[in-house]
Write a protein that binds this ligand. Structure first.
Ligand code: FAD
Length: 452
């Protein structure tokens, strides 16, 4: 075999597809331990609903995912304009996060002193610390209130993470660069806007772009890749271990088979790659095992439109940890992508668990349903019970790029140099999102093909 790929999530499948698109004669096989492919991309259809058990979409401001979709003849579906309306739960009610600076300053999201403290950012001194937590950065530059109200819930929304552990430079390199290059965020934004005037580029300190998916949900991307790869994807087959062979590697599978391959790509989560490498390179295992993965549960609920006493027409809301709720936030999927619920129904998706309360994701279905209803009913004006409840659990959901993550990557890179033709791939390393995984597949496929 030319290339053996462990892990049939978006990273592994897109890599296999890109390799074969350039060199169809290659012998490439993807081994996936579960009965289904897709990993954290998990779309199901039920009673007229399109349910996303994991990934909801990707931002359309980075080209590689769109390029891949185009190769597969998939038409992207951009979220509705309603999705621009985002809310934060504060002091018992939902408050809209205004997009424009003037709208934001006029809103009631922060107190007057919180807003004045935010303006101090323009003159706050630059930090010299190399690897700072998101919390330390935000409190230092933006103030405690802005951290608690805006930044901490954002860390929950993206990483399901704990802002007092997440590394600013590993999680939000763009924001870190603004401070390092321009001395601060406000100064950096003004300079970049000024510079971009001529080139007419959109400038933002955040991720930018619009949330995008496909008519049939994110699962359409996986289905198209799987159809294309056909028999080259072997599900229900776990990669157990790896060893050096005369040329390349010998890989042991859980069905007792051994397979030799010139190149091996571990597109498995870091903790799974750590297991695979245990007897092969204990130092790599030690590094990989340090990347934590908290649990997350996704609770999908369908309601009749008439169950709402007030109209909710935005993206959804995030909950700051100071609010003392147990949910991380709720998205209105049928507002974001119309057609996700049958006519006359609304589909909500609530996230529970994450780094601050990982164990909450492991509650029983009945407990999770009660918990979500207790926490969203009064906030969203819901009367009555949901018509549909479907719960998805991710035992080890999202890799946490905590302080020290960059050092782990450096050490892994050094250790990996000893093993020519062995690659670590997937969202455990340099970007957790679908866009990151696909960009990294484009890059890695080029690297592998060049090495042949
Ligand atoms: C609840 C949730 C919501 C998310 N929402 C978004 C979102 O909206 N947008 C976004 O960009 N990102 C989102 N993410 C992040 C998302 O996980 C990544 O974007 C991406 O799906 C990761 O893909 P991957 O292939 O790298 O890893 P995974 O999807 O984890 O795939 C790894 C695969 O390896 C398999 N595997 C494990 N061990 C073995 C083994 N020993 N042998 C063989 N196979 C093995 C697993 O079964 C799995 O299929 C979300 C994550 C979660 C958990």
């Amino acid at each position: 075999m030319d290339v053996l790929i462990a892990g049939g999530g978006i990273s592994g499948l897109s890599l296999a597809y890109l390799l074969l698109r350039s060199r169809p004669e290659l012998d490439v096989v993807v081994y996936e331990s579960e009965t289904k492919t897709g990993g954290k991309i998990w779309t199901e259809k039920q009673d007229g609903y399109t349910l996303e058990g994991g990934v909801n979409g990707f931002l359309n401001n980075r080209e590689k995912t769109l390029e891949l979709a185009d190769m597969l003849n998939l038409q992207p579906l951009i979220s509705s304009d309603k999705a621009r309306k985002r809310y934060i739960y504060k002091d018992g009610k939902l408050r809209q996060v205004m997009e424009s600076p003037i709208g934001f300053m006029a809103s009631d999201l922060l107190s007057l002193s919180g807003k004045l403290r935010l303006l101090y950012e323009a003159v706050a001194p630059r930090n010299c610390q190399d690897d700072e937590t998101l919390r330390d950065f935000a409190v230092r530059r933006l103030g405690r209130e802005a951290f608690e109200t805006l930044i901490e819930p954002m860390a929950s929304g993206i990483y399901a993470g704990d802002a007092s552990k997440l590394s600013l430079k590993s999680c939000f390199p763009k924001i870190n660069n603004l401070e390092q290059t321009y001395g601060g965020l406000i100064r950096g934004m003004i300079r970049m806007k000024w510079d971009a005037r001529k080139s007419k580029h959109e400038v933002s300190a955040g991720p930018g772009g619009k949330l995008t998916s496909f008519e049939g949900g994110m699962g359409s991307l996986i289905a198209a890749l799987k159809e294309n790869l056909g028999q080259r994807v072997k599900t229900s087959t776990k990669v157990i271990s790896i060893d050096k062979a005369e040329s390349g590697y010998v890989v042991t599978l859980d069905n007792g088979e051994t397979v030799t391959a010139g190149r091996v790509v571990l597109s498995t989560p870091a903790y799974a790659s750590a297991e695979i490498l245990r007897d092969f390179d204990a130092s790599m295992t030690r590094e990989l095992a340090q990347i934590p993965y908290p649990s997350v549960a996704v609770v999908c609920m369908g309601f009749k439109v008439g169950s709402f006493t007030q109209v909710f027409d935005g993206f959804g809301f995030l909950v700051p940890s100071v609010a003392n709720k147990r949910i991380l936030g709720t998205l209105c999927d049928s507002c974001i992508f119309p057609g996700r619920a049958p006519e006359g129904f609304i589909l909500l998706r609530t996230m529970i668990g994450g780094a601050r309360a990982s164990e909450a994701a492991n509650k029983s279905d009945a407990e999770l349903t009660t918990l979500v209803m207790e926490e969203i009913s009064s906030v969203m004006g819901i009367q009555g019970e949901p018509e549909l409840v479907r719960i998805y659990r991710h035992q080890r959901a999202i890799p946490q790029y905590n302080v020290g993550h960059a050092t782990i990557l450096e050490r892994l890179q050094q250790l990996q140099r000893k093993h020519l033709g062995l690659y670590l791939h997937g969202n455990s390393y340099k970007g957790i999102g679908v866009n990151d995984c696909i960009e990294s597949s484009f890059k890695l496929s080029g690297e592998i093909l060049n090495s042949m």
